[in-house]
Design a binder for this molecule. Structure first.
Ligand SMILES: [Zn+2]
Length: 341
């Protein structure tokens, strides 16, 4: 009988491994082609993120603008501009952004939102030189502080800008809106957050809410948590206040706070129903179509069937209850104000 010695076994194994070597071996990639492709992909990722930020801001605007009466003293002025400089980006991204937008240390216009009074006059790449004749610092937080302090004195600002070699003076009038800034989270979970003073919407939720009216409904729901002061004062702006809300991870990963009971008090089922109903009213007042919004919960149920029978943990109602409650409110709003829908 012939036995494999350890040496022979190793030899056989190495031959077997040798047999699994890929038959197709492309030429090694050059560092130049890797660098070029990396730049292109970083630029595509940047443009995608910018598109998401623009959509979020455009959809949120009517809700924040047309519901001032619901926001009390929580108001601010917005110019409808995204400003940036190269320091906004991590070192790994700077070259790609610089190549795409010619971005440097100076404060530049990244995007002019559709509702901005500067839509026609300001373009991407315009460099801000001064606001009401006060020079704009290159340090972005200081530049934003300067612009905001100018806005508090007068919502109309005369900007001096540089476009190529031309100096241009332009007047922009800011809009008064509710001061609940809406942020984009890069998370791919389907989720939204409210912390009493701000709103966060995940990229995953934005992909799920394909219709702008669906996205508006979620923003309005989170806004209602803030306007109705569902988050206690002591938890505002704290880690505890930044709780998962939609929490549509039907398979798990619940917020650790949800099981503590703190979240149960914060986001109780009655608060959730109220946020849906008040949110729908905010949406209606902002001019969004509401007739089909109850279907949003059906859509959610189809993707996350666990929510049909059991609300998320103890804090959220089922999608069945949410759909039915919202339908009743839709009927009330559309019966009294049929022309606006
Ligand atoms: Zn909620």
């Amino acid at each position: 009988m012939y036995l494999l010695t350890p040496t022979l076994l190793l030899l056989v194994l190495s031959m077997m491994i040798g047999c699994s070597t890929p038959a197709t071996t492309p030429k090694p990639l050059s560092s130049q082609e890797i660098a070029l492709e990396k730049t292109i992909q970083l630029q595509k990722a940047f443009q995608y993120q910018l598109g998401q930020r623009v959509r979020l801001a455009e959809v949120a605007y009517p809700l924040l603008k047309e519901n001032l009466s619901a926001c009390g003293k929580q108001t601010r002025y917005t110019l409808g501009l995204f400003l940036h400089n190269i320091e906004d980006y991590p070192a790994t991204h700077k070259e790609a952004i610089r190549a795409l937008l010619n971005t440097n240390q100076k404060i530049q216009v990244l995007h002019t939102l559709n509702y901005s009074s500067a839509l026609v006059t300001l373009k991407q790449g315009d460099i801000l030189i001064s606001a009401n004749n006060v020079p704009i610092p290159e340090d972005k937080p200081k530049a934003l502080k300067l612009i905001n302090s100018q806005l508090q004195q007068d919502p109309t600002i005369i900007f001096e800008i540089m476009r190529g070699n031309s100096e241009i003076r332009t007047t922009i009038t800011a809009s008064k809106i509710c001061n609940y800034p809406v942020h984009l989270s890069h998370s791919n979970t389907i989720n939204g957050y409210a912390n009493g003073s701000q709103i966060t919407i995940t990229q995953g939720l934005m992909r799920f809410a394909k219709e702008d009216s669906e996205l508006a409904f979620i923003i309005a729901h989170e806004m209602a948590h803030n306007t109705e002061q569902h988050i206690p004062q002591r938890l505002k702006n704290s880690a505890l206040g930044a709780l998962l809300d939609m929490v549509l991870l039907s398979s798990g990963i619940p917020s650790p706070l949800i099981s503590t009971g703190i979240a149960a008090n914060l986001y109780s089922q009655s608060y959730e129903i109220e946020a849906d109903i008040i949110g729908l009213r905010l949406m209606h007042r902002a001019g969004y179509p509401i007739k089909q919004i109850d279907k949003f919960w059906r859509k959610m149920a189809a993707v996350h069937p666990a929510t049909i029978l059991k609300g998320q943990e103890i804090s959220h109602p089922t999608t069945v209850e949410r759909s039915l409650f919202i339908k009743k409110e839709i009927d009330i709003l559309t019966a009294t104000l049929p022309k606006q829908d």
